[in-house]
Design a protein around this ligand. Sequence first.
Ligand SMILES: [Zn+2]
Length: 339
Amino acid sequence: MIDKIKALLQEVENMKAANADELEALRIKYLSKKGEISMLMNDFRNVAADQKREVGKFLNELKETTQTKINELKEQFENAQVVQNDLDLTRSSYPIELGTRHPLSLVRKEICDIFGRLGFSIAEGPEVEDDWHVFSSLNFAEDHPARDMQDTFFIQHNPDVLLRTHTSSVQSRVMEKQQPPIRIICPGRVYRNEAISYRAHCFFHQVEALYVDKNVSFADLKQALLYFAKEMFSADTKIRLRPSYFPFTEPSAEMDISCNICGGKGCPFCKGTGWVEILGCGMVDPNVLENCGIDSKVYSGYALGMGIERITNLKYQVKDLRMFSENDVRFLRQFESAN
Ligand SMILES: [Zn+2]
């Protein structure tokens, strides 16, 4: 009898079940009333008295082992079921689509970072403005064409409420509140009443920089411009300044950089000149400083401003300005790697 128990014990230890039905069959085979173990229990009566102790020990071990093994298998099936319901391990992962930064945001950030390294901090102001901050404080004459309805969006026919036409309004707001030293960079959206085409839009983006302190000179401006051009485009970029006119700076200049596409040799992009215009700048007109409560006899400053679209075109050669506001993902996805 002991041999039979040992054989069964071996069998039970190696027992396997592929599913719950097979497991139930095993349970019936060994543990039911007519199962193998119950039969052995019945036979136990006939075991000789001097062997009862030893046989009983083996029989108990067999019963316990069988029960434990069946419970183990059962648990395994239950766990597997839970896993199956919640998780399909064979499934491929979800396609995770990452967004991309808008090209204008990329370039705006780059411009702000470069000026940040020169000690400029970001200043912002409202897009819905008044005449004083957009025009009057900045030395625009009463009859300046920029004030014209043709160029400026006025709100509800009130000539004093308008959408800012340039971010220079942020400069006058900061100067009104703060005495020099002032070293700010103002990025933002501006609006002009223009017909929409591939090269003009009713809204676009500017970044302006303003530095006001004692003894700020044109040489400081030129140094900042050269640093910016080299950082933004490439280390061998050259700059040149041409005299210009803006109401809020005196003297004023426009800055060209050596064409970053042909390297200054001349190409269709730079119309064969080797130079492309990128920004306007100048020394802050003393009238503007006085208008904002800054003593122009003590302080001087420079200002510069550029269109973000213009710089983006130079960097990425976007031919049609309208693409910036159409949100066509085929266009935007091209800037994935620039993130
Ligand atoms: Zn060129």
